[in-house]
Design a protein around this ligand. Sequence first.
Ligand SMILES: [Ca+2]
Length: 489
Amino acid sequence: MKSTLHLLICLPSLVFAERPNILFILTDDQAPHTLSCYGNTVCETPNIDKLADSGIVLDQAYHMGSMSGAVCSPSRTMIMSGRTLWHLPPRGEAHRKNEEGITQGEYILRNSLPAVFNDAGYDTFRTCKNGNSYRLANALFQNIRDKTCRHADDERGSQWHGRQVLDFLNDRTSQEKKNPFLIYFGFSHPHDARTGREDLLKKYGAVNCQNPPSQFFPHAPNLPISWLPEHPFHHGHPGLRDEVKVPGVLTSRSEATVRNELGREYACIENIDDQVGLVLNKLKEIGELEKTYIFYTADHGIAVGRHGLMGKQNLYEHSWRVPFIVSGPGIVPKSRAPGNVYLLDILPTLCELTGIKAPSSAQGKSIKPVLMGKKKYLRKVVYGAYCGGTKPGIRSVRKGNWKLIKYDVLDGEIRKTQLFDLTQNPDELLIEHHQKEVIEKTGNKPAANQVNLAMNPGHRKKLMEMEALLLNEMRRLKDPYRLWDQSDE
Ligand SMILES: [Ca+2]
């Protein structure tokens, strides 16, 4: 009797003490294929590899899209709020006029990621780049060390973000803090300018430069197999910074430019990996590693020469997908699933993993069943939008191995449909990838069926099915636009 009573008295504090920590790692502009757990054989990331081996890797994780050229901004707002693309809160003062009225900003803000974890008794900490995010919610973390770090040195590179997390953990240890923590560990790289550390640039055959280089090192990373000298038609966002102003690239898509830029990108990613390693070692040293759920993802992918594009303002898999690795209590090491998750699922997931009630304002779903191996998919269909240039913009939908992308831009000048079977054509190769000059550069000779299948009569039925799915998703998610060949009647 006495022991039962004792247990009851102790239970609340015991439960409190046992709640897991969260380390949420977010990189800026990183496609999954830059990591070895997604098949990369050049970029060395031993610490992220170790993280992937200790947990689960999701192959089909997406951001839902953007209504702005700054894709970071809605993407990060979806992470922080759990809201879908067309139901985002005002992100800062500048957005209030435009978007207030679509959703109740104050209620969503009071139920954003840091607010929810503050209320639950967590120590909340954030380091990240400045800008292009849900500024109002970012300000709610208890400890904030934000700075944009896109250089290579200790004070202005990824090392700075890493050090802020180490300092936070050291302070907690010295103060003997027992509350669980939520660390939002954001990097400013590998977003351009991809200014790499000299030792890493040398390793990956690259140089930091402002103008496109005319030569490349023989050991620079090879051109990706979906490289093209230009996109077959205009992407619909004239003057887009990422396509014309990236330092060291500008409008060039030459072999020398793209291979150098990939080398720079890998140098930045390996530097991030070093910082991740330092933080993981620290967690182990202070005895918190086993009690911590660790997420590694990015705000969106990016093209870096694929399909003749440089930026993230498109819906090919390289830009629409994000890396997604999770480890922590109960997750089977070396597991893998497609997932079909969005970044906006993160908030409800973190809530379920920590026993916190998910706020009703969050529209995503907890992916815990996928993380714990109970389900392979969270949903059957995923939807994507890029609407930051001319309207209505680009839309995509994926179900199983089939994917549809549609472009309705430049006032009707560009109206295109692409249909891909991703099992047969995972890199979404087009007829342009079959040109002799392209094959000579990439060294890849595509199979005959590795093309856009939208005009193929044999796939007419599949095309109609995917068109219907897309319209259905646009209706369901309250996409305010319709494409040239869509009707709500
Ligand atoms: Ca970004």
